[in-house]
Design a protein around this ligand. Structure first.
Ligand code: URA
Length: 195
């Protein structure tokens, strides 16, 4: 049987190959305006994967997802519930920043989805958590209502899935922070129950 280290190394090599294809992608115009592609980061063998919307300014500059203010808030929730960021994998629906952080266009999402599908196929997480409405509408259901449905668990395509408020939404509306903490605790409990 393969040991954990060799599984991780093999998955990382496959992710690196996919990231190289992403860096050369010309499937939509965003590749021309971005600074860096933001492919994804974390444990290639993670049981928990977070999927956000699209890179913002700091992510575009650094090439790493969720490193700006929203990302720092996400880090605080991870810490609060006892999940180490290095143990999860974090990616976005779009790998390139939309100008002025506008919402992704459906055509851009369509053009980019093969990269996320590839990441999920390689990592094979048990649990996928959508960060915000855009990811939930793409991955869970097109009519997903984040205010009403956040924190609810669904099984789809062999994955356990849920969505939480996007950390940027929490920065705009701190009243949602209590709900976020509750949802993050539920994610930690779900992970522990699968271990
Ligand atoms: N918002 C996102 O959805 N993704 C990031 O990587 C950063 C901010």
């Amino acid at each position: 049987m393969e040991d954990k280290a060799s599984v991780r190394a093999e998955k990382q090599a496959r992710l690196d190959a996919l990231a190289a294809r992403c860096a050369a992608c010309t499937a939509c115009p965003l590749g021309q305006t971005r600074t860096n592609p933001v492919f994804g980061t974390g444990d290639p063998d993670a049981s928990l994967m977070f999927v956000g919307e699209a890179p913002g300014e700091q992510e575009d500059l650094s090439g790493t997802p969720f490193v700006g203010r929203a990302g720092q808030l996400l880090d605080r929730y991870l810490y609060a519930v006892g999940i180490r960021r290095e143990d999860v994998y974090i990616a976005n629906i779009l790998k390139c920043r939309p100008p002025k952080n506008r919402d992704p266009l459906p055509a851009e999402e369509d053009a980019c989805m093969d990269f996320l599908r590839g990441q999920v196929r390689i990592i094979r997480p048990a649990v996928i958590v959508c960060l915000g409405r855009i990811a939930a509408m793409r991955l869970i259901s097109p009519d997903y209502r984040i205010s009403a449905e956040h924190g609810q668990w669904v099984e789809k395509g062999g994955f356990l899935m849920t969505a939480v408020f996007h950390p940027a939404a929490l920065l705009r509306d701190p009243r949602r922070k209590e709900d976020m903490l509750k949802d993050m605790r539920s994610i930690k409990e779900k992970l522990d129950s699968l271990a």
